[in-house]
Design a protein around this ligand. Structure first.
Ligand code: MG
Length: 366
């Protein structure tokens, strides 16, 4: 099975409700889809989310990176030569992690198709192919956040990822109100998306802890580059602290763990540049006995499917799942693939990612 062509498309899927964090507001998935075609007729699929405020990737940069820099290295190469193909992707250019992720996902999809097995099996997973995700509660007026939280609990979600990081006084009230409304029916994960200073974060979490609000974790309270600030918070609160925007690749994870700057690592394929580095991070975390979450950007069920396969294969290290991208979408544009049913995500027996086609994909002309 040889790679013959790489095609790009634009996928647009409206969200059920706007996604609001301390960094941005988004109301539509607008992701670049990669199709890697082969001489056997098999097609591998990948997806890149343009998250300029986190990874620096935009539609234009993703298209240019794949079309001019990464893609040409792969034409004519054997799908079976996965490790070398992945090395070619990773060494093609600096950063551009979302573009690399999209291409890598398609290469892994094809590799698993070549051997006729679902991707999670090729990655060494053999257990029950089901994971349970949380759902994001966007930052908003308190009443709206409480209503959204109750609706999510009614839909069967048992973990809520509450977005905060705006005004700290209101943030504390937001979390208290949600905590009393859901009344023990859901675990609460707080994501401040870099919105607090280290001292504010300690104050906010200490206030909540003292008020009896049990939090499962606090995610990225401080600025991405402020590793010392992250460590300051981790040392001073009982609630586990998770690093998200602060860590992209394996080397940063090693540094973070050795400095004890966070308790948990949030792995996202759009930060790691795809599956190969995500596997490395899960393995590094396992060496140190550190837990990981698998998360996603505003992504549909193509790249999130890859994250699901990884989560199943690396379930020993990846103990928390935040893959709510598809359940935030108004419809699922993918035929076949992983089944997203609210909080329950399950994988079938189809080879690779199991994707048969993508509806509404707009070709991006060469
Ligand atoms: Mg986050």
């Amino acid at each position: 099975m040889k790679i013959t062509e790489i095609r790009l498309g634009m996928l647009r899927v409206p969200l059920k409700t706007p996604f609001k964090t301390a960094l941005r507001t988004v109301d539509t998935v607008e992701d670049i889809v990669v199709e890697v075609h082969t001489d056997s007729g098999h097609v591998g699929y990948g997806e890149a989310a343009p998250t300029a405020v986190i990874t620096g990737d935009t539609h234009g940069s993703i298209i240019e990176a794949i079309r001019r820099v990464i893609g040409p290295r792969l034409i004519g190469r054997e799908v079976a030569d996965l490790n070398r193909n992945v090395a070619l992707v990773q060494s093609a250019m600096e950063r551009n992690t979302s573009a690399k992720a999209a291409v890598e996902i398609a290469l892994y999809d094809l590799f698993a198709q070549l051997y006729g097995a679902p991707l999670y099996r090729v990655l060494g997973g053999g257990g029950d192919p089901v994971v349970t995700t949380d759902i994001t509660i966007s930052v908003d007026y308190i009443d709206k956040m409480v209503a959204d939280s109750l609706a999510a609990v009614e839909r069967g979600f048992e973990s809520l990822k509450i977005k905060v990081g705006k005004d700290i006084g209101v943030d504390i009230e937001r979390v208290k109100a949600i905590h009393s409304a859901v009344d023990g029916r859901a675990l609460l994960r707080l994501d401040a998306n870099q919105g607090w200073t280290p001292k504010q974060a300690v104050r906010a979490v200490s206030t909540l802890e003292d008020a009896g609000v049990a939090l499962e974790l606090l995610e990225q309270p401080v600025h991405a580059r402020d590793i010392e600030g992250l460590k300051y918070v981790t040392e001073r609160v009982l609630t586990p602290v998770m690093a998200d925007e602060s860590v992209f690749g394996p080397a940063e994870v090693i540094d973070l763990i050795q400095r004890r700057a966070a308790d948990i690592i949030n792995i996202k394929l759009m930060k790691t540049g795809g599956i190969s580095n995500a596997v490395r991070i899960a393995d590094i975390a396992a060496v140190y006995g550190v837990e990981c979450m698998i998360g996603c950007m505003i992504e549909s069920s193509i790249s999130v499917a890859a994250a699901v396969h990884l989560a199943i294969a690396k379930g020993g290290a990846i103990t928390k799942v935040d893959l709510d991208g598809p359940s935030l979408c108004r419809f699922n544009p993918v035929d076949g693939g992983v089944e997203f049913n609210e909080s329950e995500i399950s994988v079938g027996d189809a080879p690779g990612l199991g994707i048969r086609g993508i509806r509404g994909l707009e070709a991006i002309p060469a």
